[in-house]
Design a protein around this ligand. Structure first.
Ligand SMILES: *[C@@H]1O[C@H](CO)[C@@H](O)[C@H](O)[C@H]1NC(C)=O
Ligand SMILES: *[C@@H]1O[C@H](CO)[C@@H](O)[C@H](O)[C@H]1NC(C)=O
Ligand SMILES: *[C@@H]1O[C@H](CO)[C@@H](O)[C@H](O)[C@H]1NC(C)=O
Ligand SMILES: *[C@@H]1O[C@H](CO)[C@@H](O)[C@H](O)[C@H]1NC(C)=O
Length: 449
């Protein structure tokens, strides 16, 4: 009883500020997840939701990578949200299939901010605890959200946050601290096992003619060094060797694009010269948005959009907080965790009975399918043997062309998305939309293809 009232007191002390559109279709706000650490969220309720009791309308929580890249900005306006960077409707928006919750995670990302530099998270687990605090604040007072099953969908580094957050959510639900129906996670081109990705780069690039055997050999030797450093728990060293390896590959491949090995990187070669991690992170974020912008016809600049029109619309962003202003520090604070694998967290989620989906773009390099398949084979999950024996199913979207393969066994599913790089929903919007409807069991089954 005493414990309970302390808990209630703590919940009341978490300060929060929220706002939204008049019709209730959008709401957003800040939750102070720790004193002076403010996390921003933005929820869109789908206009297409149907509320049949037996098939509840789902919610997707989107987690961007980086670490330090903004889901509220990039995921929302450049990948899956209702509007694009020109504020035109996106016909492939995932909002047709689910409510969308974007969170600038971890603190310091996007519109989220800390008032004291010591408050950035230093591990995926600390990030998961902050995000769970935010979800308690959002869900415990909202019965409509409680009825809508939640799937966390992650891209890139977001995958590490997704699995640690999944476990933190499961614990909070079990402890009676969080009222939420948790379905599971979908890991899109996710950095779950850095070692397996760096070991994949040399052989893959050699096979597709982007490295010669000398380049591949040098790449493999640095990858082995990283493997050793990870085995010894020297994660910070492993992070700098990873930077070294990225530089080596850029130079030996005449600047292959890490997000799509069929392309050249659009970047000034200087941007890949790593002077420090903080620069690395800034260039990573810049690369993210440059790459995504290059898909558009004209020059919708995400930075001016988020610090201009959108900041004005939201009203509650403090004047001295600029979108993306602290992202370099977010990356730097995590440099001791960046190379740590999270395979065992995937195993724990599978054992707890949550759904785990992995999807990967065929021509991604940074989180190459070859590396993803390697870490999947390291799962201790007892269904793995049977999963390996199953045949894949080919998927189509609107035409006869093969767009993807899928294989599913019990609570694990793997999608191979053809013709997509790192940013799957951008490169293959049609099949991605179909996939998200399947994963979330959306009642909006009307084919959009
Ligand atoms: C979803 O709702 C919007 C707004 O009412 C509508 O324009 C759109 O056609 C709907 N989409 C689907 C797939 O039903
Ligand atoms: C969405 O728009 C693009 C181009 O604007 C078009 O090629 C595509 O067929 C549209 N998709 C759907 C599902 O309407
Ligand atoms: C913004 O200004 C307020 C008030 O001066 C200060 O408390 C806060 O730390 C500042 N925030 C940032 C991110 O600089
Ligand atoms: C996992 O997905 C299946 C459908 O593939 C669904 O029946 C089940 O309820 C989901 N599990 C959870 C925990 O949501």
């Amino acid at each position: 009883m005493a414990k309970y009232s302390v808990l209630l007191l703590l919940l009341c002390l978490v300060s929060a500020e929220a706002a939204g559109t008049e019709d209730g279709s959008e709401s957003w706000g800040y939750v102070e997840v720790r004193p002076k650490a403010h996390m921003f969220w933005w929820l869109y309720r789908s206009p297409n939701r149907t509320d049949k009791g037996s098939t509840p309308w789902p919610t997707v929580l989107w987690l961007q990578g980086g670490p330090g890249a903004s889901g509220v900005g990039l995921g929302n306006f450049q990948e899956i949200g209702p509007l694009d960077v020109y504020l035109h409707p996106r016909n492939s928006t995932w909002l047709q299939k689910a409510n969308l919750l974007f969170v600038d995670n971890p603190v310091g990302t996007g519109y989220s901010y800390v008032e004291d530099e010591t408050l950035f998270v230093k591990s995926d687990v600390e990030a998961a605890n902050d995000l769970t605090t935010l979800l308690k604040n959002l869900y415990n007072s909202d019965e409509r959200l409680q009825k809508s099953p939640l799937t966390i969908v992650a891209e890139s580094y977001g995958g590490k946050f997704a699995v640690t957050t999944g476990l933190a959510i499961a614990n909070a639900i079990k402890a009676g601290e969080l009222k939420l129906q948790f379905s599971g996670v979908a890991l899109g081109d996710s950095w779950i096992s850095p070692e397996d990705f760096v070991l994949a780069w040399g052989p893959l690039l050699k096979d597709v003619s982007r490295l010669d055997s000398n380049g591949a050999e040098q790449s493999n030797s640095l990858a082995e060094k990283i493997k050793q450093e990870i085995a010894e728990g020297q994660y910070t060293y492993a992070t700098s060797t990873w930077s070294e390896l990225e530089n080596l590959i850029s130079m030996s491949s005449n600047n292959v694009d890490f997000y799509n090995f069929m392309l050249d990187s659009d970047m000034d070669p200087l941007a890949t010269t790593v002077l420090g991690l903080s620069q690395q992170a800034v260039s990573l974020n810049k690369k993210y948005s440059l790459y995504l912008n290059s898909k558009a016809d004209s020059d919708g600049d995400i930075d001016s959009l988020m610090n201009g029109e959108i900041k004005m619309k939201l009203k509650i962003i403090p004047a001295n907080v600029s979108w993306g202003g602290q992202s370099g520090e977010v990356f730097q604070a995590l440099d001791g965790d960046f190379m740590k694998p999270r395979i065992s967290e995937v195993d724990q989620l599978l054992d707890l009975g949550f759904n785990v989906t992995v999807y990967n773009g065929q021509v991604d390099l940074i989180c190459a399918t070859k590396g993803t398949e390697a870490w999947v084979q390291k799962l201790k999950w007892e269904g793995l043997k049977d999963f390996n024996k199953l045949k894949r199913t080919a998927l189509h979207c609107g035409s006869k062309e093969t767009k993807a393969f899928v294989k599913s066994h019990r609570n694990f599913r793997f999608y191979w998305i053809l013709g997509a790089g790192h940013f799957v929903p951008v490169d293959q919007p049609c099949i991605s939309l179909q996939m998200i409807a399947d994963i979330t069991q959306s009642p909006a089954t009307t084919a959009t293809a």
